[in-house]
Write a protein that binds this ligand. Structure first.
Ligand code: NAD
Length: 374
């Protein structure tokens, strides 16, 4: 079996699908590993390290794409590259499948097996392959460090002979994987943290990290498989109003509220932003999908008239590319190791397998994932 990790095509992407440690793990399993020259450049890994790990470093991307049994990358591929895959090849990456019907069709047409890492079920068995979590965790951390580097104040309280400096106030909206890490990081740095989530169990987790939980009576909020379900417009209205007071008192608001497979809800609106202090920050981790914040622009920074800066990066985990690559590479190599047939050294696709049933989108010329067939 031959695995190829091409360089990412998005010029802003700093991560790679494979680090030298992952390359070594795969070659030790008896797999041939090929990486494109420069694949690890922006995450701190030189080509030589991949060679030392037993991988072949190639300049010929097209030939490697056409020759590989498995292609691994971070971001979805450009549509033009799907047609270059070998018939029956497996392609593993984030795919954004709910927003990419044409790309999914292209995979089916190319007779390739598309595995979407977003769709790996969040079961105990699949935890080691859960790239959404491994990346969200680092995004949560990086968002707080970004805030700290941009604030005009420090985070902890300091009692000095020259007077007392008050701790910074953070408000975290959405207490999933990213939100929990943002809370933990802000607390470690000494900030005072308030947090909100529609899932009551998440509020308890925030409290166990030392944050103050904002409790809003929204009536019934549903969740399924650990994910929040979409709320009604009335519930969102109540939430927005209750949150506005906390926003007004916060130096930093970090939003992480996503709803799986849907556009994120807009939860911080202009009236709340207008009440915030000059110099405060809003960091939106949902910006790529449309954002939780009114006025956010994906990939940009916008400063409002009252001096509030809205940061809408699309790749917070990319701010710490070495660790993001390390854990992403581990997720991918864990998946390959898990499904590897030792004898034939191949990756058989069993659509009855619980994990593959969830994350294989196309197989054998067809869309096979039931979430995309109806
Ligand atoms: P996510 O990125 O889809 O969403 C982030 C958070 O936003 C979630 O906590 C969600 O409840 C919250 N949210 C949605 N709408 C909101 C609103 N209107 N207001 C405030 N918050 C809102 O979620 P995630 O971080 O990927 O994970 C969600 C859950 O799945 C967590 O409980 C996590 O612990 C769980 N999980 C379980 C496993 C596992 O068992 N293997 C793995 C990963 C995550």
């Amino acid at each position: 079996m031959k695995i190829f990790a091409p360089k990412e095509t998005d010029p802003d992407e700093t991560r790679a699908a494979l680090d030298p440690l992952g390359a070594k793990k795969l070659t030790d399993l008896g797999i041939t590993v090929v990486v494109e020259a420069g694949v690890g450049e922006s995450s701190g890994h030189l080509d030589q390290k991949y060679s030392e790990a037993g991988a072949e470093v190639t300049q010929d991307r097209n030939a490697a794409l056409a020759d590989a049994d498995v292609v691994i990358r971070v971001r979805k591929p450009p549509a033009a590259e799907v047609g270059k895959l070998k018939k029956g090849a497996i392609h593993i990456s984030f795919l954004d499948p709910f927003n990419e019907p044409d790309l999914i069709d292209a995979f089916a047409k190319a007779n390739a097996t598309a595995i979407s890492l977003e769709m790996v079920p969040r079961t105990t068995l699949a935890q080691k392959m859960d790239a959404l979590s491994s990346q969200a965790n680092l995004a949560g951390y990086a968002s707080v460090i970004l805030a700290a580097s941009r604030m005009k104040t420090i985070l902890p309280m300091m009692m000095t002979p020259a007077g007392t400096i008050a701790p910074a106030k953070f408000f975290i909206v959405g207490i999933g994987v990213a939100g929990l890490q943002a809370i933990a990081t802000a607390k470690r740095l000494g900030a005072r943290v308030t947090a909100f989530d529609v899932r009551p169990e998440a509020l308890e987790q925030a409290e166990s990290l030392g944050a103050k939980a904002l409790r809003i009576d929204l009536g019934e909020t549903k969740s399924e498989g650990g994910y929040a379900k979409e709320m009604t417009p009335e519930q969102i209205k109540i939430q927005i109003e209750a949150q506005a007071k906390v926003c007004a008192q916060s130096d930093v608001v970090i939003t992480t509220a996503k709803v799986f497979g849907r556009k994120p809800p807009v939860l911080v609106k202009k009236p709340a932003i207008d009440q915030m202090q000059n110099g405060s920050l809003i960091i939106d981790l949902a910006a790529e999908g449309g954002g939780n914040v009114e006025g956010i622009v994906a990939g940009e920074e916008v400063t409002t008239k009252n001096g509030v800066t809205l940061i809408g990066l699309t790749n917070y985990e990319g701010l710490v590319p070495q660790n993001a690559t390390q854990v992403y590479s581990a997720n991918i190599t864990n998946m390959i190791e898990h499904f590897l047939d030792e004898e034939s050294k191949s990756f058989p696709i069993d659509l009855e397998d619980e994990i593959l049933k969830g994350c294989v989108i196309t197989y054998d010329g067809k869309i096979v994932n039931e979430r995309f067939t109806s």
